[in-house]
Design a protein around this ligand. Structure first.
Ligand SMILES: [Zn+2]
Length: 590
């Protein structure tokens, strides 16, 4: 949620020209079938899966034994016997051996470009300073030839009440420059060698005094802690060139990881901090070379009242309607978050009743754009953190609905840490989706320490009301918001599902339950939210999100049956097979 501020002042001007048609990778078994032919050969499938426990996530929550895939489509779902007629000489037969098959995971809120800027080097997410330093040292030792050591995911809670400094890093890596991103992207931590090589010293002026600057000691010497993106980038640019190649390289290595986690589609909530043409161009290039293992449903991210987002979003949508990379939505940034008193709440802040944060974009400007965007049949989606932001977003959607002819609109209110009880039925009325991040549904150090102070105990019981939203008839969706985070940056749907069904942190079954037992989703509800529910929010539930004949062949197989194991252990299960668009994207042990 926090990274969505612009990271770089690269213009987001739109001048995208479609870069050719897409080609499919060649990893699929050839088929002898003639499309549309009436002979039995027409039924021959490229893949036939049998002996499975196939949880289809169709309307009835049906189970099946077997699935057949031809080309990019599912052509059969049923029992083993019925699958036999789809087997030909070239068919790859896969015996699931009783394993669980699910639709590929659809992420309801995701980002695909920020990784290219920030997520270089080791993931340093941990709650222990000793562990972080040990991880960093291990990485440095294993990469003796690296001239610059980059890392990410530093959690602010490990500093304790103090701040990090260069000496702490010097103790493990003294001889090469080290540059670490905090998990929320809003600060960096460097060692003395980095400061020396970057020429950062007492005489270096702050980049934006008071806003983006170098923390200093009593003598004015920078300590190694850098606040906010402009100053961070000033120093980062001394070591690497943050250009298209750098971003492309950083993004490329993540797609195999998403496949390994079973993700086959994402609702991309904004290519923040990069040129929009460049973002789409990189993703289309990955599609062309066959390395894009994930469908991307993108949006234009609007957080600046001086820009009219409608022509930009419309053009992006019009130019990207085919293939794996498509654009369908206008994302509106309604507010900030509770930590910085920038989230908008119906009942304000418990610890600062006078705080009256302004919306990032004035409500009348939002309403005007929402009506015009809806008229162009762009879906409206938002960053809406507090319950007042959710309410104002629903108001804008309602106004658009009243102002324009009916169409199959899908609105998504994302984050939605709180939804006022009065507004919960409105989601169903407006066909809006409640999307939020499973990984946040627990008393992690952020939720345990920041939110109770800002909101008070009564509202803490209402935090992330996904179960209540389901009961109010809303479509609900899970999306990790990766790599944005205030505490945990985690793209793995099995982790989100675990926390959604336990409302406790991973591996901590004895900790208090956020919102109590009644706030827990069932396993089936959580799986649906991370597949069909997210697809519905995008408006593509007729193509993906469940295992049904005629839908795209986006399938995963797991080594454990999530319905039969202790819900606290769901995150320990492994995805062992991922197919997207009929192509095997990941396979290990099947
Ligand atoms: Zn986001």
């Amino acid at each position: 949620m926090l990274l969505q501020k612009t990271l770089f002042s690269l213009a987001a001007v739109l001048a995208f020209v479609l870069a050719g048609c897409s080609e499919k990778p060649e990893s699929r078994a050839p088929t002898t079938a003639e499309p549309g032919a009436a002979s039995p050969a027409a039924e021959v499938a490229d893949f036939v899966f049998t002996n499975g426990k196939v949880y289809t996530v169709d309307k009835e929550g049906s189970w099946a034994q077997a699935v057949a895939v031809r080309g990019d489509k599912i052509v059969y779902v049923g029992d083993n016997k019925g699958a036999e007629s789809f087997v030909g000489n070239e068919t790859e037969k896969i015996d699931l051996g009783g394993k669980l098959m699910l639709p590929g995971f659809v992420e309801g809120h995701f980002h695909t470009t920020t990784q290219g800027i920030i997520l270089h080097g080791p993931d340093l997410q941990t709650d222990s300073m000793d562990e972080l330093l040990a991880k960093l040292k291990k990485y440095a030792d294993e990469h003796p030839d690296l001239k610059f050591i980059n890392g990410w995911g530093v959690r602010p809670n490990i500093y304790g009440p103090g701040e990090p400094n260069a000496a702490m890093l010097d103790a493990v890596v003294p001889d090469r420059p080290v540059y670490l991103w905090q998990v929320d992207g809003h600060s960096a931590w460097v060692n003395s060698k980095a400061m020396e090589m970057a020429g950062l010293n007492k005489d270096t002026p702050d980049t934006v005094p008071g806003v983006s600057y170098f923390v200093r000691d009593d003598e004015g010497n920078p300590t190694g802690y850098i606040i906010e993106v402009p100053a961070q980038v000033e120093i980062l640019n001394k070591f690497v060139t943050v250009d298209e190649d750098y971003i492309r390289g950083g993004m490329a290595k993540w797609f195999p990881e998403y496949s390994k986690a079973g993700i086959t589609a994402v609702h991309d909530f904004g290519w923040a901090g990069v040129d929009q043409d460049m973002a789409i161009g990189i993703l289309k290039d990955f599609e062309k070379d066959g390395t894009l293992g994930t469908r991307i449903y993108g949006s234009y991210y609007w957080n600046d009242a001086s820009i009219d987002p409608v022509p930009i979003a419309k053009k992006m949508r019009d130019e990207n309607q085919e293939g794996l990379v498509q654009v369908s939505a206008l994302k509106i940034n309604m507010d900030g978050d509770d930590d910085k008193y920038s989230g908008l709440y119906v009942d304000g802040y418990a610890d600062k009743p006078d705080a009256k944060p302004e919306p990032i974009i004035p409500f009348d400007v939002i309403n005007d754009a929402a009506v015009r965007a809806d008229k162009e049949q762009l879906h409206l989606i938002c960053h809406c953190f507090g319950d007042l932001a959710v309410r104002k977003f629903l108001d804008a959607v309602e106004l658009a609905k009243k102002s324009n002819p009916e169409w199959d609109r899908r609105a998504v209110a994302s984050h939605a840490q709180l939804v006022h009880p009065d507004d919960r039925p409105r989601f169903k009325e407006l066909n809006a989706t409640y999307d939020t991040t499973g990984q946040w549904f627990a008393f992690d150090p952020y939720t345990a320490n920041v939110s109770p102070v800002r909101l008070g105990e009564a509202r803490m019981k209402q935090l992330f009301p996904i179960k209540a939203m389901l009961e109010a008839g809303a479509n609900v969706s899970l999306g990790s918001d990766f790599p944005a985070a205030s505490y945990v940056a985690d793209y793995k749907p099995l982790n989100a599902i675990t926390v959604a069904v336990t409302r406790q942190m991973l591996g901590k079954p004895d900790m208090p339950i956020l919102g109590g037992e009644d706030a827990r989703l069932t396993v089936a509800e959580a799986i649906r939210a991370n597949t069909y529910g997210a697809a519905y929010g995008i408006g593509v539930e007729d193509k993906i999100g469940s295992i049904e004949v005629g839908k795209k062949a986006d399938l995963i197989v797991l080594d454990q049956n999530l319905f039969e194991i202790d819900p606290h252990d769901i995150y320990k299960a492994n995805v062992i097979f991922t197919m997207m668009d009929g192509v095997v994207r990941y396979r290990d042990g099947l």
